[in-house]
Design a protein around this ligand. Structure first.
Ligand SMILES: NC(=O)c1ccc[n+]([C@@H]2O[C@H](COP(=O)([O-])OP(=O)(O)OC[C@H]3O[C@@H](n4cnc5c(N)ncnc54)[C@H](O)[C@@H]3O)[C@@H](O)[C@H]2O)c1
Ligand SMILES: Nc1ncnc2c1ncn2[C@@H]1O[C@H](COP(=O)(O)OP(=O)(O)OP(=O)(O)O)[C@@H](O)[C@H]1O
Length: 475
C-alpha cells in the first residue's frame, strides 16, 4: 500500500475509533455515525481497482470527518414568508409560500491570486428561500371536523437566492475529453463571474496541465458540506450519484450537465451552458428534492469492522443480492420492526423514487416521480409468482435480515458501489434520510421527469395503429 493510501486509511480509521457505537438495531443511528460509515465506505472504494475512483475515494476520505455531522442541520426547510418569484416560475407566482431553506453562516478567509480581494469577502454561505406551492403550511386541514388536503408534498419547489451563490464545487466524470473541455469552459466562466471554485485533485491537475492560469482553482480540503453554495456535475447519472455521496449531511443545489449516455438526473446540456448558469445563479430556480435513504448494517459483520453504527446514504438504491452464491437468497423483511415476508430469489432492491428508474425498474418495479416520498421494495427474480413490487410511505424503517437458517450470506451494494457482505445473522436497516439532494430542474420537476422517461427509456413507444381496418362493430 502506498504511503498516501496508508495515511488516508489512518485518517479514516481515526474518526472511526473516536465514537463507539451504541446498541440499537431497530433505528438508524444519528448523523455522527453516518459520517463514520461514509468514511469507511470510501476507504473500501479506495481499495478497489479503478484508479480514478480509488484516488477520488481516497481524497473524499480525507475530508470526511465524523464530528462535522454531529452539528449538522437536520432542518433543511424552515417556514418563513415567501418573496415574489420571477418569470421563470410562473406556476408558483399564484401560490403561497410553504417553506424556507437556509444554510448556516460560517466564516473563512483565504487569499487568491487575481480575485483575492473579492474571494476574501466571501465569508458566508449564501442564504436562500424555498417556495413550495401550497395554500398554507399544513398538508391537511380539519376545520369544523372536515378533513381536507390543502397542500401536496410533491408539488414544485422553487429556490430563491438571498444573494448570488459564491462558492461552487465542480465534480466531473473521469477520462472524458468532452467533460474536460466543458469543465475548462465552465471554470473560466465562473471565474469571470468572480466565483470561488473547488474541484477534485484530479481535475485541478488536468486544468493546471492546460495552463497555469487555472491556479485560482482550489482543491476542497475540509468543511465541504458547510461551504458549497452550488454543486455542478459534468457527466452522467453516475457522476450525480458520486457527487451526492460526497455529502453526508445537507446537500447544496446540484446542477447536472449531461455528458453521459442516458442522463435521467442530468437535464442540462453543454450547449448554452452560459445562459443556463447565468439564470441559475441570478434567478429563482425550480428544484426537485430527491430523497435519499440511510442504510446501516448491524450484526456480527459490522462489529468485526468496529463500526456497528454505520450508515450510508444512497440516492438510488441499496441492493441485497446473492453475490456469487449459487443459492437463492433467503432474506427476512421487517417493517418498523414487524416481520413482513421473506425474499427467496436473487435479492431485493430498496429504492428511492429517484432510483425507481434505475435498477428497480429493470427488476420490474414501477417508475415513480422523484419528488414522491416513499421507499420501493423490488424483488430481484423472486422464486414466487406473487411477489409484486411494493412501495411504502417515507416514514417507515425497513429491516432486511439474513437469517441463521440461510444457506449462504448475501451482499449489499449502495448506489451500485461499496459492496459489503451481509453474513448470516446480520441485518440491514434502512429509512428515509433527513437530507435530500436538491437537483436544479431545466423545465420543472414533472416535465424533466417525463422527458427523461420518454427520451431516455423510450417509454411506451409504439407505432400508432393505422386507421384502416375492419369496420366498427355495430352496437
Ligand atoms: N440491471 C440494471 O439496470 C442495473 C444493474 C446494476 C446497477 N444499476 C444501476 O446503476 C446505478 C449506478 O449507476 P452508475 O452510473 O454508477 O453505474 P453504471 O455506469 O453501470 O450505469 C448504470 C446505468 O444506470 C443509469 N442510471 C443510474 N441512475 C439512474 C436513475 N436514477 N434513473 C435512471 N437511470 C439511472 C445510468 O445512466 C447508467 O446508464 C445503480 O444505482 C443502479 O441503479 C442498474
Ligand atoms: N468524480 C468522480 N470520481 C470518480 N468516479 C466517478 C466520478 N464521477 C463519476 N464517476 C464514476 O464514473 C462512472 C461513469 O460515470 P457516469 O455514469 O456519470 O457516466 P456514463 O456512464 O458515461 O453516463 P450514464 O450514467 O449516463 O450512462 C460511474 O461508475 C461513476 O461512479
Amino acid at each position: 500500500m502506498s504511503s498516501s493510501k496508508i495515511n488516508s486509511a489512518k485518517a479514516i480509521q481515526e474518526p472511526l475509533q473516536q465514537n463507539p457505537a451504541q446498541d440499537n438495531d431497530d433505528r438508524l443511528r444519528e448523523s455522527t455515525d453516518a459520517l463514520r460509515t461514509i468514511a469507511e465506505a470510501s476507504k473500501q472504494a479506495a481499495e478497489e481497482k479503478d484508479p480514478p475512483q480509488a484516488d477520488a475515494a481516497e481524497w473524499k476520505g480525507k475530508f470526511e470527518q465524523p464530528d462535522k455531522i454531529s452539528g449538522g442541520k437536520h432542518d433543511v426547510v424552515h417556514c418563513e414568508s415567501a418573496q415574489n418569484l420571477d418569470d421563470q416560475n410562473d406556476s408558483n407566482n399564484q401560490t403561497n409560500e410553504h417553506g424556507m431553506g437556509s444554510n448556516e453562516v460560517l466564516s473563512r478567509g483565504e487569499s487568491d491570486s487575481a480575485h483575492g480581494a473579492i474571494q476574501n469577502q466571501m465569508t458566508e454561505k449564501v442564504l436562500f428561500e424555498l417556495t413550495w406551492s401550497s395554500k398554507g403550511n399544513d398538508i391537511v386541514s380539519c376545520e369544523m371536523g372536515n378533513i381536507k388536503t390543502v397542500g401536496r408534498t410533491s408539488e414544485q419547489i422553487t429556490l430563491t437566492w438571498k444573494s448570488e451563490p459564491q462558492t461552487v464545487l465542480i465534480i466531473t466524470k473521469p477520462n472524458s475529453t468532452h467533460v474536460r473541455d466543458l469543465c475548462e469552459d465552465i471554470v473560466s466562466w465562473l471565474y469571470m463571474h468572480k466565483k470561488k471554485i473547488y474541484v477534485e485533485p484530479r481535475v485541478q491537475e488536468e486544468l493546471l496541465n492546460i495552463s497555469s492560469y487555472f491556479e485560482f482553482v482550489k482543491i476542497w480540503q475540509d468543511d465541504l458540506q458547510e461551504k458549497v453554495d452550488l454543486l455542478i456535475t459534468l457527466g452522467g447519472d453516475g457522476t450525480v450519484l458520486w457527487a451526492a455521496s460526497m455529502f453526508q449531511g445537507p446537500v447544496p443545489p446540484l446542477v447536472s450537465f449531461s455528458l453521459g449516455s442516458l442522463g435521467f438526473m442530468t437535464p442540462f446540456r453543454r450547449d448554452g451552458y452560459k445562459k443556463q448558469l447565468e439564470s441559475i445563479i441570478k434567478r429563482p430556480i425550480r428544484i426537485t428534492l430527491r430523497h435519499r435513504l440511510q442504510c446501516q448494517i448491524v450484526g456480527d459483520s459490522a462489529e468485526e469492522e468496529n463500526a456497528t453504527a454505520k450508515a450510508i446514504f444512497v440516492l438510488n438504491e441499496v441492493t441485497i443480492d446473492r453475490g456469487q452464491s449459487p443459492y437463492l437468497t433467503n432474506l427476512k423483511c421487517y417493517c418498523d420492526g414487524e416481520y413482513v415476508t421473506s425474499v427467496q430469489g436473487d435479492g431485493l432492491i430498496l429504492s428511492t423514487t429517484s432510483g425507481s428508474t434505475a435498477y428497480s425498474v429493470a427488476a420490474g418495479g414501477s417508475m415513480v416521480h422523484p419528488q414522491v416520498p416513499g421507499i420501493l421494495l423490488t424483488p430481484i427474480c423472486p422464486h414466487s409468482l406473487s411477489f409484486r413490487p411494493l412501495m411504502l410511505p417515507e416514514h417507515v424503517t425497513i429491516g432486511v435480515e439474513v437469517p441463521a437458517s440461510s444457506r449462504s450470506s448475501a451482499w449489499v451494494s449502495f448506489d451500485g458501489k461499496g459492496r459489503k457482505e451481509l453474513k448470516t445473522g446480520d441485518k440491514l436497516i434502512c429509512s428515509m434520510a433527513p437530507w435530500p439532494v436538491p437537483t436544479v430542474c431545466l423545465n420543472g420537476s414533472t416535465r424533466d421527469f417525463l422527458c427523461s422517461i420518454l427520451e431516455g427509456l423510450n417509454w411506451n413507444q409504439r407505432k400508432t395503429q393505422s386507421s384502416d381496418g375492419p369496420p366498427q362493430p355495430q352496437p
